[in-house]
Design a protein around this ligand. Structure first.
Ligand SMILES: Cc1ncc(COP(=O)(O)O)c(C=O)c1O
Length: 344
């Protein structure tokens, strides 16, 4: 049977033979006692790569973001974020439940809001009846906006705003590796502007599980305690950390190929009269585009009948994500399927 081309997400990849080998051979211990040598190696490597004092291996991107928000805030605090942010739309309302805080979303352009937009939303210290603004959060690359990159000048500007108002600064860097490969700006430089960052190992980098968060030693010590309280203290988890370490050491530069694949697809989509894509959003490995001659649901069904599996993004949008388990040949086949489905 012909294999489907699955572009729903970069999370669908399966560990390669080499990755499975390092998992099999991983030296392990009890990580709740901080005695898993492979976890310790991964955390040390990630801290070094991100230029932070400490890093912590966590089960998922959501857990990473929520831990970071928790350690930076107290109940009744407020976090400024972008309207389409993952923390606002796709984390099950957890800031309210896990940390007793609320989010204040600002509508950005291409997932990016500016310091000028954010400053008026910072609550006056004297207003005791308002929530207390505590954190400025951004997402880079921005998933729902179509894998867009937050410009470094804007990142610096928001950092200055945070310092000016004595606020913390958090980055959901689930795909920071994609931003770094696309811009040539090191992940260390990106991370340097933030108090905390959360980065996924299980998306473009191809590990089966896990994220790392990074920050000062004090903050990460706090996160270690909260991770345990939330049931995230795992034991011989070096088997998973080995995959994450392999991913960090081997799979970052190849993200360039995923960006090339996305760009090939985007170029074909832009030429199709029945599809609409804003080429300004084509920056990394995620494409968000609209069908003009049928609904999103019909599009998904027709594409799937021909073996191309996509997902829906924000309302009215289709979403295609390139990754390491899809070849250039499959991208060419996907382009043919787009023509067959939409050029009628
Ligand atoms: C920007 C962003 N942050 C966080 C997450 C959450 O990651 P996970 O699915 O590992 O919890 C995702 C997942 O797609 C994401 O795109």
């Amino acid at each position: 049977m012909k294999k489907n081309i699955d572009l729903r997400s970069d999370t669908i990849t399966r560990p390669s033979e080499e990755m499975r080998k390092v998992m099999y051979e991983a030296e392990v211990g009890d990580d709740v006692f901080k005695e898993d040598p492979t976890v310790n190696r991964l955390q040390g490597y990630a801290a070094e790569l991100l230029g932070k004092e400490a890093a912590l291996f966590v089960s998922s991107g959501v857990m990473g973001n929520q831990l970071c928000l928790n350690i930076l805030t107290s109940p009744r605090d407020e976090v400024i974020c972008e309207m389409d942010a993952h923390i606002f739309n796709y984390e099950s309302g957890s800031p309210a439940v896990l940390s007793g805080i609320q989010l204040l979303p600002i509508t950005g352009k291409y997932g990016v809001y500016t310091p000028e937009q954010a400053e008026p939303f910072i609550r006056p210290k004297s207003a005791y009846y308002m929530p207390t603004t505590r954190v400025i959060a951004i997402e880079n690359t921005h998933n729902r906006a179509g894998g867009t990159i937050n410009p470094i000048s804007n990142i610096k500007g928001l950092g200055e705003l945070a310092r000016k108002h004595n606020l913390y600064y958090h980055m959901d860097g689930a795909r920071i590796w994609n931003a770094s490969v696309a811009t040539g700006i090191s992940v260390k430089e990106y991370a340097s502007y933030f108090d905390t960052i959360s980065c996924c190992l299980s998306k473009g980098l191809g590990a089966p599980v896990g994220s790392v968060i990074a920050g000062s030693k004090d903050l990460i010590d706090k996160a270690f305690r909260i991770r345990k309280a939330w049931g995230g203290g795992m034991r011989q988890v070096g088997i998973l950390a080995a995959a994450g370490l392999y991913a960090l050491q081997n799979n970052i530069p190849r993200l360039k190929e995923d960006h090339e694949k996305a760009s090939m697809l985007a170029s074909a989509i832009s030429k199709n009269p029945n599809l609409e894509i804003d080429m300004n959003t084509v920056q990394t490995n995620i494409l968000a585009f609209r069908p003009k001659n049928m609904s999103v649901e019909q599009s998904l069904e027709k594409l799937a009948q021909k073996g191309l599996i996509l997902s829906s993004g924000k309302v009215g949008f289709l979403r295609a994500v390139t990754h390491l388990d899809v070849s250039f040949e499959e991208i060419e086949q996907a382009i043919k399927i787009f023509e067959e489905v939409f050029n009628k």
